[in-house]
Write a protein that binds this ligand. Structure first.
Ligand code: GRG
Length: 300
């Protein structure tokens, strides 16, 4: 599918890019015949179950705003979605959050034995690096930079470290600084990598890549604050009173530390800072603005 789509309205443009991402994901993780084909069927169940595709969309939009060949951004964008999906599969396991449903469907370990769910996550984690190392339309230097960027974002100083701090903080009262660090690592690092990936694909300058990192940090934090607010608001709507999963799990959140209104105001402040940063990008940032807006004003 071509990624060129002049004259489309913004929503059609986003849908078009989501289709291109899902088509490439489906090609990359084929349900092929092999003695270990369960790995692919299980991975496809989680990978193709209709997430918002925020991270890959951010990579495509950043590449576009920097004037890069968007086709070159598609495989890196899919690698990010694979890491995100692996993290969701493992996060849902009984030894972590023990969730039965994700995106309105049974979690992977409810459909397959738990060990298969672990292995499907392991496969997606490993495979993401394989496809980056041989990503088409990119130089060996760019491939190497992508691998390094993703390893740093997903590893000990990023998502996995954030998850560890989160697990250790459960049931304890933590302050805003500690909470912010957890979020920067657990969810912010991968969102930041989504912007950085666009910069790598576009061969952006060091200065531009610093701007992209800052953008990712602001929006990553805003994303998490909105998530904390949604957890309370969605529960209030469902139960008619405050009964959030975070409260039930005795978790410190932005809402528990700052209250709903101050949390919303903080997310808005980060969004405005991001819009200012976007002005420093050389190309068309309409799609990035729309995605940032969606990230702040989402209802799921
Ligand atoms: C288990 C190694 C390991 C890491 C998991 C990212 C993470 C660490 C846990 C996520 C926990 C969680 C539900 C955080 C809230 C924010 C978040 C990442 C939500 C899910 O991301 P979306 O909204 O999901 O982009 P979709 O379904 O749209 O893909």
């Amino acid at each position: 599918m071509s990624l060129l789509c002049e004259g489309m309205d913004l929503q059609s443009l986003i849908n078009h890019k989501i289709s291109a991402i899902e088509e490439r994901l489906s090609l990359l993780v084929e349900a092929s015949e092999s003695p270990y084909s369960t790995l692919f069927t299980a991975a496809r169940y989680s990978l193709l179950s209709g997430g918002k595709r925020l991270r890959p969309l951010l990579t495509l939009a950043t590449a576009e705003a920097l004037g890069a060949n968007e086709c070159a951004a598609l495989t890196p964008a899919c690698a990010l979605e694979m890491i995100h999906t692996y993290s969701m599969i493992h996060d849902d396991l009984p030894c972590m959050d023990d969730d039965d449903f994700r995106r309105g469907k049974p979690t992977l370990h409810k459909l397959y034995p738990e060990g298969i769910a672990v292995l499907a996550g392991d496969y997606l984690l490993t495979y993401a690096f394989e496809i980056l190392a041989e990503a088409p339309h990119l130089s060996p230097t760019q491939q190497n930079q992508l691998v390094l960027c993703l390893a740093r974002a997903a590893g000990a100083h990023g998502m996995v470290g954030g998850q560890l701090m989160d697990v250790e903080a459960e049931g304890k009262a933590i302050d805003l600084k500690a909470l912010q660090l957890i979020h920067e690592c657990k969810t912010g690092a991968l969102l930041t990598a989504a912007f950085e990936f666009g910069g790598i694909v576009a061969d952006a300058s060091i200065e531009m890549r610093k701007i992209l990192s800052k953008l990712g940090q602001h929006l990553g934090l805003a994303f998490q604050i909105v998530d904390d607010v949604l957890d309370v608001v969605a529960s209030e709507t469902k139960h008619g009173k405050i009964h959030s999963s975070d409260i039930a799990n005795v978790k410190t959140t932005y809402v528990s530390l700052m209250g709903i209104e101050a949390s919303r105001a903080k997310a808005q402040e980060l969004y405005q800072l991001s819009l200012e940063l976007l002005k420093q990008l050389p190309g068309n940032t309409h799609l990035l603005q729309a995605l940032a807006n969606r990230l702040i004003n989402r209802d799921r």
